[in-house]
Design a protein around this ligand. Sequence first.
Ligand code: PEP
Length: 247
Amino acid sequence: MIVAGNWKMNKTPSEAVAFVKELIPKLAGAKAEVVVGVPYVALPGVVEALKGTNIKVAAQNMHYEEKGAYTGEIAAGMLRDIGVDYVIIGHSERRQYFGETDVSVNKKVHAAIGAKLIPIVCVGESLEEREQGVTAEIVRRQVKIALLGVDRSLLLDSKLVIAYEPIWAIGTGKTATNEQADEVCRTIRALLAELYDKDAAAKVSIQYGGSVTAANAKELFAMPDINGGLVGGASLKADDFEVIANA
Ligand code: PEP
């Protein structure tokens, strides 16, 4: 069970450090693995503030090349060097506003793995796709391409996380129903069993994301194929995130 917060472009570095200091005692007893996804410039301070605690740190993006002439970009090795453990890859906002594709997601997944970061790979359909009845096809395609060439051992070691995030549920307050969310997570697990095998599929944490709140987290996380959540808005409030992480 992994509960990860995605702060997006929120909180300055000093606000970020103050916020995680508030989170530390609230989350000390969490049974889930707790992760905070913070803006690049806040990463060093947050990593330092969380040393020796049970809270792990994620970046929200990275480049797929190791180094080179990519002005403004950050490489996986740089993140690893400062003590980051996870990286969110292919969030729908990255796909929508920054031109990320299934192919670039696959390259990033390989680069993250190469740097010993755990990728949280985001997939999910748009409202139009759901209404057209192609959710399963869309999500299967996204996962299949994201994982091209990824070794089974990585799944067996639980070094890869998939977040199912229907685009229509992100930041909209329109949460998928427990059944809708679980159905797609089950489809993803079945695909993993098809691509690898049942043992490997069982070891992958599949998160649900999309308007998770303190009020709905418990029921969502209790669904058989949902192993935690990727949480945007509600991860910015310490009390809400506490309830969600302890759900
Ligand atoms: C997200 O950013 O991944 C997300 C799910 O956002 P929210 O929880 O605000 O819908």
